[in-house]
Design a protein around this ligand. Structure first.
Ligand code: SAM
Length: 245
């Protein structure tokens, strides 16, 4: 997958993509990420990329021309079928289902806004989709772009080793993850649940599924409401609820 980020702060992108799972994927060539600044495409000597909003009010707005040139140059260098995405608080929410959809694309151009945002004429003509990472406002689209890149890249084939498999992560099966423990077995009065050290794989599977169901019921009932539970899952959730009482 090839990804280009249009941003006024390319160094924000290039520093983060060197680290951890993402850094490894870049190093192995499983994903290519480049950052392009609209300033490179500004035609005046001061490299102006923003201007005051029509109608008045605070803040500045990213201008059409340099941002559009950057977006078009990035798109032209990406494989056919790549998607142009604006990161905006007014977009559709980024979910694991959306991440799975994006992971099937050959490439993406991610447009990170700044200040009050981007001239709407650019968004309505050059962007395929607007995505939000949550119901809060950040100062720029770079962190949302990095969130999206990280979430997508870790699901690409071969990026995570077996031991880090994304298949068991929260949201993959419409549930939150179960609790995790590591050595030592006992810290002060806190003990690892006995079932996890008993070596009974079927009992461990059932315990984990029950915890995932229970945690989702407690913390994200909206997820549970959207899921059809099979007979085993219904029974385990009923057990969890009974234990809570
Ligand atoms: N005036 C905008 C609004 O009320 O939606 C906020 C602009 S914000 C200060 C600057 C940039 O941050 C936006 O252009 C967008 O690219 C990015 N941004 C802020 N919050 C975001 C979110 N929740 N998801 C995705 N991008 C966001």
């Amino acid at each position: 997958m090839q990804i280009s980020v249009i941003t006024l702060f390319p160094e924000l992108i290039s520093s983060v993509i060197q680290i951890g799972v993402l850094g490894r994927a870049v190093e192995r060539g499983q994903v290519g990420v480049q950052a392009i600044s609209p300033r490179e495409f500004a035609s005046d000597p001061r490299r102006t990329v923003d201007d005051r909003p029509f109608g008045g009010g605070p803040g500045m707005v990213l201008k059409v021309e340099p941002t559009r040139s950057a977006l078009r140059a990035a798109s032209a260098a990406l494989p056919a079928g790549s998607r142009r995405i604006y990161l905006g608080a007014d977009g559709t929410p980024l979910t694991q289902a959306k991440v799975a959809e994006l992971a099937g694309l050959p490439g993406m151009v991610l447009l990170a806004g700044r200040y009050e945002g981007v001239d709407e004429r650019l968004l309505s003509t050059e962007v395929d989709e607007t995505i939000s990472i949550g119901d809060y406002v950040l100062s720029g689209g770079e962190l949302p772009a990095l969130v999206l890149i990280d979430a997508v890249v870790r699901t690409l084939p071969g990026v995570l080793g077996d031991e880090e498999s994304a298949q068991q992560d929260s949201f993959m099966a419409g549930l939150l993850d179960w609790p995790h423990y590591t050595r030592p077995e006992q810290i002060e009065d806190l003990r690892v649940p006995d079932v996890l050290i008993g070596g009974n794989h079927e009992a461990i599977r059932r315990w984990r599924l029950k915890q995932a169901l229970g945690r989702t019921w407690l913390r994200r009932p909206d997820l549970l409401a959207a899921k059809v539970l099979d007979a085993e899952q219904q029974a385990l959730l009923a057990e969890f609820k009974a234990e809570q009482r």
